[in-house]
Design a protein around this ligand. Structure first.
Ligand SMILES: Nc1ncnc2c1ncn2[C@@H]1O[C@H](COP(=O)(O)OP(=O)(O)O)[C@@H](O)[C@H]1O
Ligand SMILES: [Mg+2]
Length: 280
């Protein structure tokens, strides 16, 4: 069966998924790469933006050495199609600059350049992932707010849970965001994932009146750091490993999720980004 055609038939515009965590090092980039690759393996057309603009490492995790990146796009030297590189299962990757401070001070103009060129891909992709930076900068919050799906990645470590909560609190109190999806990473199994989810969703409901939806979990798996060292997506390197199976399950669930707005897609995303929600 042609699953890509199937996706299109279900009337889907692009599903824009922003992945954030508050705390760094919890597995965001790894999650983005593997969910994107899994979905692409199922026939979806997937694009990924490394939005850790100044310290991006998504390309490094895949052993790609892109010649150009967002810096060249923002400076006008290159177009979006010229900086894009291909990842596992044909995912399209927009590489961030690395170690370039100016890029972290991205303002309205840069966002417009990116969004304008992205708009041309409407109808050509099914999923658009944003690997947001750690922390709760304006850049992170504007990406999360503009996306259809706000996906929070957390681990059972108290520091990760606290930061995930802080991120949701800022998004809720300052911007009225009320719905988040949670992916628990590095858990021992479903029981621990559910336990952490229950805790976070209880406090979220009680103090912020938000809805937290359990999207899935990924077990702690020694194959993950091995794949990272080999600079390969684990779903490619060890497709039968526990983490890979979990990514595939989560990817299937993502495919079934409805998008936030009726209009949806990259145009909606762009409008949201332009709606005065910029970092300067
Ligand atoms: N499910 C997992 N099992 C084992 N190790 C993991 C898992 N997920 C992530 N890691 C480890 O954590 C490191 C950081 O992951 P990364 O995706 O770079 O985090 P972030 O993008 O949130 O900073 C990875 O290099 C990997 O070694
Ligand atoms: Mg990262």
């Amino acid at each position: 069966m042609d699953q890509a055609a199937d996706l299109r038939k279900t009337g889907s515009t692009v599903k824009v998924i922003a992945v954030a965590s508050g705390k760094g090092g919890v597995g965001k980039t790894n999650t983005v790469i593997n969910l994107a690759s899994s979905l692409a393996g199922m026939g979806a057309r997937v694009m990924v933006l490394d939005a850790d603009l100044g310290l991006g490492n998504l390309d490094v995790m895949l052993g790609l050495a892109p010649e150009y990146n967002l810096k060249h796009l923002f400076s006008g030297e290159k177009r979006l199609d010229e900086i894009m590189v291909e990842g596992p299962n044909g995912i399209k990757i927009i590489p961030a600059a690395s170690g370039i401070q100016e890029v972290t001070q991205t303002g309205t103009r840069e966002q417009q350049i990116l969004m304008e060129q992205l708009g041309r891909y409407e109808g050509e992709i099914d999923f658009f992932f944003i690997d947001a930076a750690a922390g709760i900068s304006d850049m992170v919050t504007s990406f999360v707010r503009a996306a259809d799906i706000a996906l929070v990645v957390a681990t059972p470590e108290p520091t990760s849970m606290t930061d995930a909560y802080a991120l949701m609190k800022v998004l809720c109190n300052n911007y009225g965001e009320k719905k988040f999806y949670l992916l628990l990473n590095q858990v021992t199994g479903e029981a621990e994932a559910r336990q952490v989810y229950n805790k976070l969703s209880r406090v979220g409901e009680k103090f912020l009146d938000i809805t937290l939806i359990f999207l899935g979990y990924v077990p702690k798996d020694t194959n993950v750091p091995l794949a990272v060292c080999r600079q390969q997506a684990i779903v490619e390197y060890r497709p039968e490993s526990p983490a890979s199976r979990a990514f595939a399950d989560t990817a299937r669930r993502l495919k079934r999720l409805p998008i936030r707005s009726q209009s949806g897609g990259l145009n909606y995303f762009w409008q949201q980004m332009r709606g005065g929600k910029t970092s300067d």
